[in-house]
Design a binder for this molecule. Structure first.
Ligand SMILES: NC(=O)c1ccc[n+]([C@@H]2O[C@H](COP(=O)([O-])OP(=O)(O)OC[C@H]3O[C@@H](n4cnc5c(N)ncnc54)[C@H](O)[C@@H]3O)[C@@H](O)[C@H]2O)c1
Length: 327
């Protein structure tokens, strides 16, 4: 494999940016960070100091001046489109945070730009890079739980409305609350484990947090062409309900798998057996995203979480919203 060190800029150094910074420090033999942009210039300077990179408070200027090879876009959702299009035009491959964009129309524009300029675009659906998700996908593929029948995906995570960056609470910029922040992870679970077209969505999306404009809670049933039916329940509205969790249970006709999103284990139940498969001490999921992108750029490796995949996720988010509005 080609070991080229790829010159990289980071746009956005907020909550998820920190994880990318830690990852790129570990992967310094593969990536050389040369520029950091954040409208919070003090933050950009602080992060730039770690890498000896150039700080900027203007992402567009940085893209133009640095002329590097890879850009991380970890910005408010509405900005994914304009920064993504410009970066690819200037020659950058992208690691683009989830959700890919705020609409399928924006996703399509990004896909067409990537094709036009022959750029790789990895959408950061981080959960599918977690070691226990990879392990479960292998078990499913090998037929360990038989024919897939259902997926139950449940998430509760209080949104921290008091301290959250304000753009998350503006639906024009974020695309939505639970719908465009938490549910993309849950849809990623479904598509990663069950690669089949969606034929029906029936959902209700509500706003249950006082005086805010974003959706906060969702209950959705999703039917796939191969007969699998999934339910997705998500709640970000109430800190008091119960401890935060996000877990995915996959049921087949020979057994089931339960995956907590943040504990690296798979609980495999079959017959009267319950096995816990420990997947700890494996590669960090964000490192794996960067490694897959590197391999795609240098060796033409094909990753799953590409533009078409990101668009499929957003199209299901749109269907959830549409079916709610039709009620
Ligand atoms: N993959 C995951 O598990 C995961 C987890 C959290 C967030 N995310 C995604 O990462 C992205 C960023 O989310 P976050 O939680 O880090 O948000 P955040 O608000 O913490 O960080 C965004 C940063 O972008 C900066 N910024 C805003 N506009 C800018 C502009 N025009 N130019 C340069 N900088 C600008 C802000 O100052 C801020 O530091 C979103 O797409 C979000 O959904 C993904």
């Amino acid at each position: 494999m080609n070991q080229a060190k790829l010159r990289t800029v980071l746009l956005g150094c907020g909550a998820i940016g920190e994880f990318h910074v830690a990852s790129l420090q570990r992967l310094k033999d593969k990536y050389q960070v040369v520029g950091i942009a954040d409208t919070n210039l003090a933050l950009a300077k602080k992060v730039a100091g770690i890498f000896g990179a150039a700080p900027s408070d203007n992402g567009m200027q940085l893209l133009e001046q640095a002329r590097a090879e890879v850009a991380l876009i970890a910005l408010p959702h509405l900005l994914h489109l304009e920064y993504g299009l410009e970066a690819m035009k200037l020659g950058y491959h992208l690691l683009l945070e989830k959700p890919m964009a705020v609409s399928t129309m924006h996703c399509q524009q990004l896909i067409e730009q990537a094709a036009l300029y022959k750029r790789k675009m990895l959408i950061s659906h981080t959960h599918q890079f977690r070691p226990h998700f990879r392990h479960a996908a292998r078990l499913i593929k090998e037929g360990t739980i038989g024919k897939l029948e259902m997926i139950f995906d449940d998430a509760t995570a209080y949104y921290g409305f008091e301290n959250r960056s304000s753009w998350f609470l503006d639906p024009e910029i974020s695309g939505g609350g639970a719908l465009f922040n938490l549910i993309p992870h849950q849809i990623d679970h479904l598509l990663f484990f069950n690669d089949s077209p969606v034929v029906e969505v029936m959902a209700k999306l509500s706003n249950l947090y006082p005086d805010c404009k974003i959706d906060t809670d969702c209950c959705a049933m999703i039917r796939f062409a191969n007969g699998v039916v999934a339910n997705v329940t998500s709640s970000i509205s109430n800190r008091l309900i119960e401890p935060g969790r996000i877990e995915c249970r996959i049921l087949g006709n020979k057994g089931s798998l339960l995956l907590p999103a943040f504990k690296p284990e798979v609980i495999f139940c079959h017959g009267n057996q319950r096995e816990i498969i420990d997947c700890s001490n494996q590669i960090d999921p964000i490192d794996l995203e960067w490694l897959e992108l590197h391999q795609a750029i240098t060796d033409n490796f094909k990753f799953i979480s590409n533009g078409e995949y990101g668009k499929k996720v957003v199209s299901i988010l749109e269907k959830i919203r549409e079916t709610t509005n039709k009620r």
